[in-house]
Write a protein that binds this ligand. Structure first.
Ligand code: GLN
Length: 384
């Protein structure tokens, strides 16, 4: 068997969700909302199942969805792409990332990865024959620095895999950090694969600025998004890729043999959803921000030291600063079994030099769920 996959453990998300079920715990581990998602978008999908097309859609995605994607990103991010040659629909952002890595990497090429990194990245890079070069970001600010980029980039750098906003750190990278990264991509002639699935889930009045919009990046960026995160429908697995035509063409070759297409009924509903009025997107953010604030205040009241959450469904705590002298993995195991709350140990997102004192909670939940978790967390923090 292939040693990369044979040697992997089950993903931390599946592991913690299983433990949450076994211990009948409140599951704030795996990132998914409690709520069912917007009714009108779900109705469109149901209607499309009953009256629409249910055979293979075009390999690149329904034309109406590719047009909706192009209009959506022009409207929200000033990104102008040609829906026919620069947009493709995938079965989730994870497929888009796999397609891009398989299509772009030649064995021996170096790939720059930023730790903490989403757990799918490294095995996919390795399986594609890429040689990982890590940039390790440090809490609480998780900033990019020139020294760290100098150490990671080389003449062999082919791809930079960049997640912004960054899960699990819940940070939205500043313009300054992104300009710095763009400078390195241009200088080393690297392609940036940008996982921007959290682009709409940003707080405190932020607007997402995509790396593809920075000088020199339009022709060397693969921009990836996800309907699951935009519409709180994480199980739908409808992703999008945008890239200059010569790059997209090759990524489509990988897609055609991984999944080939994505359910057409869900695509039709996402095409409708992307065109929704601004109020939907601002309302979604405002609701999540309220949950974030509620949960952060609750944790602080219980003596936990929280890290800033600028984006995503996640809020992190620092164990050490909360008076807990345990590593994140043993803490999370004890928490789910004894206190009935599932969380994610952030060390799972590192290949080396792991930070072991940060634990991630998902706050994209109903008030009752967050209140139940907070009640269970009473007495856990030991901060004086
Ligand atoms: N993106 C989700 C998270 O960060 C997990 C998705 C999954 O379980 N594969 O929690």
């Amino acid at each position: 068997m292939n040693s990369i996959f044979a040697g992997l453990s089950t993903t931390i998300f599946e592991t913690m969700s299983r433990l949450a079920r076994e211990h009948d715990a409140v599951n704030l581990g795996q990132g998914f909302p409690d709520d069912a998602g917007p009714l009108d978008v779900r109705e469109k999908a149901a209607e499309a199942v009953m009256t629409g097309w249910n055979q293979y859609p075009p390999m690149l995605g329904l034309p109406e969805l590719r047009r909706a994607i192009a209009e959506h990103y022009a409207r929200f991010q000033d990104v102008v792409v040609d829906p026919d040659s620069e947009v493709m629909v995938t079965s989730g952002a994870t497929e888009a990332i796999a397609d891009a890595l398989m299509a772009l990497i030649e064995p021996g090429d170096e790939v720059v990865l930023f730790q903490p990194m989403y757990d799918a990245y490294l095995p996919l890079v390795r399986r594609a024959g890429g040689v990982p070069r890590f940039v390790t970001l440090q809490p609480p600010h998780w900033r990019l620095t020139r020294e760290a980029l100098d150490a990671a980039f080389s003449a062999r750098t082919k791809v930079v895999l960049f997640n912004n906003p960054l899960n699990p750190a819940a940070v939205a990278f500043s313009d300054e950090d992104q300009a710095l990264l763009a400078e390195y991509c241009v200088h080393y002639n690297a392609i940036a694969v940008c996982d921007e699935v959290w682009e709409h889930v940003v707080f405190d009045g932020r607007t997402h600025r995509p790396l593809i919009g920075f000088p020199g990046m339009r022709e060397r960026t693969v921009k990836i998004g996800s309907a699951g995160k935009i519409f709180s429908l994480t199980g739908w697995k409808v992703g999008f890729v945008m890239a200059a035509a010569p790059i997209l063409k090759v990524i489509a070759k990988a897609h055609q043999f991984f999944t080939f297409t994505t359910p057409p009924n869900l695509q039709a509903a996402v095409a409708y959803g992307l065109g929704k009025e601004d109020a939907y997107f601002t309302g979604m953010r405002a609701d999540l921000q309220r949950s974030r604030d509620r949960f952060a205040a609750g944790l602080a009241g219980l003596g936990f030291a929280t890290l800033p959450s600028e984006a995503s469904y996640f809020l992190n705590i620092d164990l050490k600063a909360s008076g807990i002298e345990e590593d994140d993995v043993s803490f999370c195991k004890r928490l789910v079994a004894e206190h009935k709350v599932a969380a994610i140990p952030v060390s799972a997102f590192y290949a080396q030099d792991a930070v072991t004192t940060v634990v991630r909670f998902c706050f994209a939940k109903r008030d009752e769920t967050l209140a139940a978790a907070l009640a269970n967390l009473k007495g856990v923090a030991r901060r004086k």
